[in-house]
Design a protein. Structure first.
Length: 342
């Protein structure tokens, strides 16, 4: 985390751990506020890779699962990077400002993904650098988020992943009444102070919980190389384009789409106990009993944990699914905000 920005947040009573604003004094009450009101969150749990150079677009087009030609200063995109076997190494939120592309992913994956992408630059006119401490990202969500941003900026994006560019910031709609604001270290404190007058400051787990409720998977260290994009519903939220050219893993992803179907899908669920990304799931319907894995998890406002889990479809449809073992807590399935094809 940028030290000037960290100092500012600590003056706002943020509890900072390893560069992440964990909470602002009462994590459980902040989760309840996230469910009920307008909240403001620092997004330093994510890092940024900046891709620049005259061949930046074509380079990314050959690397990620989405059609980067559709990214523009007015349109962001979900995407992923996979191994040649089609297993995801990272998921991204991609946006463009001027001629540069910004890839947002978990901060602790930035170094390894930067190294992997750099292996493919060869003679391309492309530069990859970390910009995690240069671009300050804020999340604003809740019933009053749209009107609050309209008062501050004058206009806000009206479609999912649309972008509004402003002098010192840009605003991305990441869901209904949910926005990400990207700005500079210089302008972030004044922006925060303006917004926090009308929104509750909350910690990083509140934004993670909102991502989970939105059905947006985030690949973490514990889940790298575990899922093909369709297993995590990535094509359902615009993260895969099946008509673009080749990229690592494209053959596997296309074959699953056109010659068969995924035997696993990602579902939203709740458990009364605790869990974490990478934890295995069990069902009596499966030989060996392991039927899936937790992709993302966060404390739920009412207690317990909400989670996104990649699960064998037959287990989800016919059996109870449990955390850790057949004797573990049973998942209580919840509806996703989008439909999973039959």
């Amino acid at each position: 985390m940028n030290l000037d920005w960290q100092t500012f947040l600590e003056r706002q009573h943020a509890v900072i751990q390893e560069g992440v604003a964990m909470n602002f004094g009462d994590a459980q009450d902040e989760l309840l506020a996230t469910q009920r009101s307008t909240v403001l969150c620092d997004l330093s749990q994510f890092g940024i890779l900046k891709i620049s150079g005259e061949e930046a677009q074509s380079f990314l087009q050959n690397m990620v699962s989405s059609d980067v030609r559709e990214v523009s200063p007015r349109q962001a995109q979900i995407s992923s990077l996979s191994t040649p076997k089609g297993r995801m190494l990272a998921t991204f939120l991609i946006w463009q400002r001027d001629s540069d592309y910004y890839l947002q992913l978990p901060r602790d994956l930035c170094a390894v993904i930067r190294k992997r992408l750099s292996m493919f630059i060869l003679r391309s006119k492309v530069k990859i650098e970390e910009a995690s401490d240069i671009v300050i990202r804020l999340g604003l969500a809740g019933e009053g988020a749209t009107s609050l941003l309209q008062q501050h900026f004058g206009s806000v994006p009206s479609q999912p992943f649309a972008i509004e560019q402003h002098d010192n910031s840009n605003v991305i709609q990441v869901g209904p009444e949910r926005y990400q604001i990207n700005t500079s270290v210089h302008h972030a404190p004044a922006l925060w102070q303006n917004l926090v007058c009308h929104a509750r400051a909350v910690g990083s787990s509140s934004w993670d919980w909102l991502n989970i409720c939105s059905g947006i998977p985030v690949i973490l260290t514990a889940t790298q190389e575990q899922f093909v994009p369709q297993m995590a519903n990535l094509e359902l939220i615009g993260g895969v384009n099946f008509k673009k050219g080749c990229y690592p893993g494209q053959e596997i992803v296309a074959r699953m789409q056109y010659l068969g179907k995924s035997k696993r899908r990602m579902y939203l669920a709740h458990v009364n106990g605790s869990t974490q990304a990478g934890e295995q799931l069990f069902s009596a319907e499966v030989d060996g009993h392991i039927c899936g894995m937790v992709a993302n998890a966060a404390p739920a406002p009412g207690g317990g944990y909400d989670l996104l889990a990649v699960i064998q479809i037959t287990s989800r449809d016919t059996q109870s699914v449990h955390i850790g073992s057949l004797q573990g807590e049973a998942l209580q399935f919840l509806p996703l905000p989008y439909e999973i094809p039959a």
